[in-house]
Design a binder for this molecule. Structure first.
Ligand code: GLP
Length: 233
């Protein structure tokens, strides 16, 4: 894994934007996108740029179960607000958290992923080491699946909702095998709450108890970290 230490999220966004431009210059067709606060500065750079994404595809990592696309905390709404409203793609895919048959929705998403190989995957990381919504214990062989969110993830994400009991308890997430199939991965992490997860991801054993540790087995991962997130490395 290559590690780049940046002063703050704005600088991290610039570094990632340059890597994105390199991927586009070498023919990237499909971007794997993430939500959370960490990628926002990259999306801001994309919005401000003169780049045109209308011939590209995007696939997102995950969506809450039970939040409609127009719910302000849905990941559909997040992507619209931070990127797609100003920079539309040819087609943008997110898992369908409102599907009556969620297992079928997961299979349908895998079909989409099989048609769109991810050239560049953007990731954040949960403080428990989750990537996407792949919580500790998720099989490294997993494809898109329905997830029971852990208490620590519900607690961490409650900051975006009016109260903790409004946070969905389930999500539908791209699996770890699908993330690992991306040709190139950029993972952002900022702040001391992530330092432990970053240490385990980079230096710990590769174990399903720390989902991000699987990235040690990927050949092209760039970590963009601030000093606080990198403090234990
Ligand atoms: C959520 C998302 C993850 C994201 C994580 C960290 O749980 N499902 O994809 O990486 O939050 O978010 P943040 O970047 O806000 O710390």
């Amino acid at each position: 894994m290559k590690t780049i230490i940046v002063k703050n999220q704005v600088e991290g966004g610039k570094v990632a934007f340059d890597l994105l431009k390199e991927s586009l210059a070498t023919g990237a067709q499909t971007l794997g996108l993430a939500t959370g606060s960490s990628p926002i500065a990259l999306y801001q750079k994309m919005v401000e740029s003169d780049l045109d994404f209308s011939k590209l595809y995007s696939v997102n990592l995950d969506e809450y179960v039970g939040l409609a696309p127009d719910h302000e905390q849905s990941y559909h709404a997040f992507m619209q607000e931070h990127l797609f409203n100003t920079k539309p793609f040819k087609e943008s895919f997110l898992p369908d958290g409102m599907a009556e048959d969620l297992e079928q929705a997961a299979k349908d998403y895998d079909d989409i992923l099989s048609q769109h190989v991810i050239d560049l995957q953007i990731l954040g990381i949960g403080s428990n080491g989750h990537i996407g919504f792949n919580e500790p214990g998720t099989s490294f062989d997993s494809q898109t699946h329905v997830v029971d969110l852990t208490d620590s993830t519900i607690e961490a994400n409650s900051r975006f909702f009016t109260s903790r009991d409004q946070v969905p308890t389930k999500a539908i997430s791209m699996g770890i095998a699908s993330i690992m199939a991306a040709k190139k991965i950029i993972l952002f992490s900022y702040g001391d709450k992530k330092a432990d997860a970053i240490f385990k991801m980079v230096n710990g054993p590769v174990t399903e108890e720390v989902p991000a540790s699987v990235l040690q087995h990927h050949s092209d991962v760039t970590l963009i970290l601030d000093e606080a997130a990198a403090a234990k490395l």
